[in-house]
Write a protein that binds this ligand. Structure first.
Ligand code: P6P
Length: 329
């Protein structure tokens, strides 16, 4: 039996990679593999729609708002349909929680996995052709397979995730994910319809000189955040803020850096959602050697109380996050 810890060469397809690594999954029954394939497939469809967005009438708001009170863009709704449909057809997911749906979406009581997803994060950037992303978390249900889905299946600590990842629809489309055995990045080749391993064993530099935060809200930041920004300026760090979490996160993962969305007057608990934005990125960054905190608590330790709860979010290079959260003490 080939040792599954053998590093696979760059250029390995996602499908072959999943097969080769399957015995590393905690539940090596192949269901998690199928789930990852379902998500990857939906990502191909959304990628195609995003790339055509400028040409066909799917750009812009549709006049409705999601549970967050945010204007839903046509592609938001389309992406939500694509991912939910792919997961439903795949049969492995029992339920989905999504930024775009107020309540838990029941899919199949015989499914073993719960998916938390932000189908299209940063969607307000669609019209201006800025990179956007999909963020997903995978949990194993805690109630018996075959029984009705309960809230306890969904409201699990981030530390219980069995997989997490994101798709970045940028200059190229990438799928980056972890199953708890490191982080790997796959680049999509549309002409072949395949994702190829392009970034094996991703790890974030322990230090960086880039900080990502919307300083437009500076006046309402907590004092420690203002002190950390001052520290960055004193050390001549670069400010890079795309306004698209996945894009900022991905750049920091590759180059080193910190992304901060703190408490503000408008968002007293921060803007980002724990269940389908922060948990997934926290799992990925810890697997890549970085940290993710609310400023006072490790994100993955948070006991969620509601589907759409928001938390302050500090994520990135270990030394940078440690410095930022040290100012809260
Ligand atoms: P602000 C997009 O709405 C998002 O969730 C993230 O992708 C992004 O980093 C952040 O919000 C931008 O928010 O308040 O700085 O415009």
């Amino acid at each position: 039996m080939e040792d599954s810890r053998i590093a696979l060469p760059i250029g390995t397809t996602l499908d072959r990679y999943i097969k080769k690594k399957q015995d590393e999954f905690q539940f090596a029954t192949g269901e998690l593999s199928q789930l990852l394939r379902d998500i990857a497939l939906a990502g191909k469809v959304v990628n195609r729609e995003i790339n055509k967005a400028g040409l066909i009438n799917i750009i812009g708001a549709i006049g409705t708002q999601n549970v967050q009170g945010e204007d839903q863009q046509k592609l938001d709704v389309l992406a939500n349909i694509r991912f939910t449909r792919a997961l439903s057809k795949g049969g492995e997911a029992c339920a989905v929680i999504s930024e775009e749906d107020d309540e838990i979406v029941d899919l199949n009581n015989n499914g073993r996995y719960v998916i938390a997803i932000d189908p299209l994060d940063g969607s307000s950037n669609i019209d201006v052709n800025v990179s956007i992303g999909t963020i997903f978390s995978v949990f194993r249900r805690v109630t018996p397979v075959g029984s009705p889905i309960q809230e306890t299946d969904v409201l699990q600590k981030g530390a219980e995730q069995v997989a997490a990842g994101y798709l970045l629809y940028g200059s190229s489309t990438m799928l980056v994910y972890t199953t708890g055995h490191g982080v790997n990045g796959f680049t999509y080749e549309p002409s072949l319809g395949e994702y190829f391993l392009s970034h094996p064993d991703m790890s974030i530099p322990e230090d960086g000189k880039v900080y990502s935060i919307n300083e437009g809200s500076y006046t309402s930041f907590p004092k420690p955040v203002k002190e950390y920004i001052e520290f960055c300026k004193q050390n001549n760090f670069s400010a890079r803020y795309i306004g698209s979490l996945v894009a900022d996160f991905h750049r920091n993962l590759l180059k080193g850096g910190i992304y901060i969305y703190p408490q503000t007057a408008k968002d007293p608990n921060g803007k980002l959602r724990l269940m389908y934005e922060c948990n997934a990125l926290a799992f990925i960054i810890e697997q890549a050697g970085g940290l993710a905190s609310t400023g006072r608590q490790r994100v993955l330790d948070i006991d969620p109380k509601e589907l759409h709860e928001r938390v302050p979010f500090f994520v990135g290079s270990k030394n940078m996050v440690e410095k930022a959260i040290s100012l809260f003490k």
